[in-house]
Write a protein that binds this ligand. Sequence first.
Ligand code: DGL
Length: 359
Amino acid sequence: MLFQKTARSAAALFGFLFCLSLAAQAQTSTLPNVTILATGGTIAGTGATSTTTVGYTAATVGIQTLIQAVPEMTKIANVSGEQVFQIASENMGNEHWLLLAKRVNTLLAQPTVDGIVITHGTDTLEETAYFLNLVVKSRKPVVVVGSMRPSTALSADGPINLYNAVMLAGSQEAIGRGVLVAMNDQINGARDVTKSNTTTTDTFKASELGMLGYIQGGKPYFYRTATRKHTVETEFDVMNLSTLPQVEIAYAHANVGPVAVEALVASGAKGLIHAGVGNGSLPAKVRPALSAARKKGVLIVRSSRVGQGIVARNGEANDDELDFVAGDNLSPQKARILLMLALTKTTNTRDIQKMFSTY
Ligand code: DGL
């Protein structure tokens, strides 16, 4: 009699535990699957003390440690992590971009991956985000995130930024919006965002054109959407590329001469971004060097160091006559990215000018 009672209660207990485990599985199967690709930066940085917010070492903490530091993420997504590379982002190179873009596209092609977060140093974060905005071939969310304080600092911004980025990457709202930058509770589009302050946590802004939305209470709120083509709408594909064309930037200033332009062309540049003063003005001492470069087949884009506004075609220079491209409102560093990808498709100035009006 006792044996039968014991057997019945053991069976009941087993049944209860089995249902619990099914419920637990059911819970995680309703969560989005988000992969975090780690590349380094301050978000993975460490300082000597909790008050060290400058003079710390970037790119020292591995992705699994970053994930373990934010256990709350397991409640909003099934998170997995990969350390793609571990660098301070001032050292980002074309080879890193190609590696990252190929991994992103490979992962997003898998039905089991719903979104991707990329942890990244903030120094070139805007450039990586824009590059991916032009070469990712999926509508699934890709969110780039960093931090301005190292993980060891008082009020480190990395953990909450990472939590928000994972939430956003797993959200329905972020689908089809292009590559996003999520930091400081703000959502920015990859094309227009730039690092606007050397050290403060609110550094990422699209100052005149504005952010796309907010993150509040662990939810995304969008108010605007990107208007230029991105991701699946672009003509660029890097999956079979092992290198990218060399494109350089020459910065203009008072008293500037042709030396930088001539040296960059001599180094083998296939394209040159002129970060002009004002509306992309060409100083008289530099114009001949740019014109000579064009005649050698180097593509020239007139951009501006100003930071906001459109460089008007045939405004401060006769682009038609010089066979130059006007860089629209892209910063010089983003104009470099678009010209680099354009040169994987064409060297025709008119076609490239159309790309600057499209992306
Ligand atoms: N070395 C800089 C970088 O990796 C640190 C800045 C940061 O990540 O916030 O971009």
